[in-house]
Write a protein that binds this ligand. Sequence first.
Ligand code: CP
Ligand code: NVA
Length: 298
Amino acid sequence: MSVKHFLTLQDLSSDELRNIIQRAIELKNNPELAIAQQKKTLALIFEKSSTRTRLAFEVAMTQLGGATVFLANADSQLGRGEPIEDSARVLSRMVDCVAIRTFEHEKLQHFAEYSTVPIINALTDDYHPCQLLADMQTFHQYRGDIRGKTVAWIGDGNNMCQSYINAADKFDFELRIACPAGFEPKPALIEQFKNRVSLSQDPKSAVREADLVVTDVWASMGQEHEQNQRNTSFADYQVDVELMSQAKPDALFMHCLPVHRGEEVSAEILDAENSVVWDEAENRMHSQKALLETLLSH
Ligand code: CP
Ligand code: NVA
């Protein structure tokens, strides 16, 4: 049986992804329905900071009756330069699944190539697919199926933006991206999904009549030294009351968190009734539990 990884949303079919979302909703309402994963162990290799992703995996595995082992970069041999393929082979002999948060997406792919257990992308510089499971679950809970809806992505063409491009394809919605020049997502990705995705430097037209407006920090992890310069480049891209007024009156606002209030989003919008950021955060746990059930039962 071939091993199933979750490196991007493209690793699963639309049906598989929709089933995970349905299952996450079911488990949120009835946690006792979860398939126990006793004696299963999930390793967590995190080379960047995390609150939500790590917590969601640890709590989900605890509730499933399994265990997690957290390998901080500073303490593991991988962090000291042990080859990725050797680490992947060794972990495969002891644990049932590995979630990795790292910088280069290629490093994750390299690990997965040598792993005989499922590898989950817990965020790379290029993609953050676990967050999209929670976002899609959250949209579904508030507004039903996202198929045919319009989503506006405002700000950096980063790992979250690129995962939204994949989601537009998998969940069948229109994605309008507004990014300043020089901060666009990979051109090949836009080209590949151009039937679902458009790109501009005009936040207002991107948001017009949208059902969902999403943004993220202007400087991601590893880009902190560019913060000041980015604040200047992104100054016209704040999601504020004026920009949000262009969207549908019942449009939802999402942000993966952590957030910089007063930068990418005004405090007023973050705290507004249509902001569902705390549900998004909670749904990380339910959707990652549903993902673990799927990958560990495969
Ligand atoms: N949204 C998200 O991935 O949060 P963490 O960095 O806290 O895991
Ligand atoms: N784009 C952000 C997401 C954090 C969850 C980052 O990579 O830092």
